[in-house]
Design a binder for this molecule. Structure first.
Ligand SMILES: C[S@@+](CC[C@H](N)C(=O)[O-])C[C@H]1O[C@@H](n2cnc3c(N)ncnc32)[C@H](O)[C@@H]1O
Length: 217
């Protein structure tokens, strides 16, 4: 019995990943290629247990229409797409053709490219092009941290009642309680905004760098 999440050593993390839903060969290759091609950015990928959780959650919620803000080389989008049923759709938003060029290849290899649409451009602008209706079942926010309040403002009114928004990096490596830069301060303020938002019920989970799940009323 413990009243808080236990710290994960590298060994314990490897155990958790191996006994949870370990990444398959395609996801392992994607992680390896990302590290080789983009060594300075590879840490932006979601953790393997988060990828497994995103697939699980997408299936659990019966998601048919999902959005991702911040696609990078495609690990989280691949995980979400794999959880979609036949006919399900994932719309991805990113600013980088270079990063998402890698994503496109892995979506094709995994056979999910036909259910993913990629929109390139600043998500603050491109999200506004989505229908102004409550049509989204699931959204994952994992882009530039100062943009989170904008993405939240665009997404919440578009979620169907009971739809869920997942938000990554809400702990900022622990720095949310003593912010050291603009991104830390943005996330600390964003977390306060979510807590005060009467349109949602939210929980903050200590998965990887912290993941908030918000259910929209
Ligand atoms: C943390 S990474 C996303 C990681 C991804 N979820 C994964 O699991 O691989 C953040 C991404 O946000 C994108 N990004 C940064 N600023 C953006 C903006 N204004 N609009 C859309 N995407 C943006 C970057 O190009 C980068 O690919």
């Amino acid at each position: 019995m413990t009243t808080k999440s236990i710290p994960l050593t590298s060994e314990l993390h490897a155990y958790l990943v191996s006994r949870g839903a370990p990444p398959d060969e395609i996801m392992r290759d994607l992680a390896e290629e990302t590290l080789a091609a983009l060594p300075n950015d590879a840490q932006m990928q979601v953790a393997p247990e988060q990828a497994a959780f995103l697939t699980f959650l997408t299936r659990l919620l019966g998601v048919r229409h999902a959005v991702e803000v911040g696609t990078f080389t495609g690990l989280s989008s691949l995980a979400i797409a794999r959880g979609l049923p036949e006919g399900g759709r994932l719309t991805c938003f990113d600013i980088s053709e270079e990063f998402t060029g890698i994503a496109r290849r892995y979506w094709a290899r995994a056979g999910v490219d036909d259910r993913i649409e990629l929109r390139i451009g600043p998500a603050g602008d491109t999200l506004r092009e989505l229908p102004h209706e409550r049509h989204l079942d699931f959204a994952f926010i994992d882009a530039d941290k100062t943009g989170y309040p904008i993405y939240w403002a665009e997404l919440v009114p578009r979620m169907r009642p009971g739809g869920v928004i997942a938000v990554d990096n809400v702990l900022r490596g622990g720095r949310v309680i003593a912010p050291q830069n603009a991104d830390d301060r943005a996330i600390a303020a964003f977390n306060d905004e979510v807590l005060a938002d009467v349109r949602v019920d939210a929980v903050m989970l200590p998965i990887a760098d912290g993941l908030t799940l918000a259910r929209v009323h």
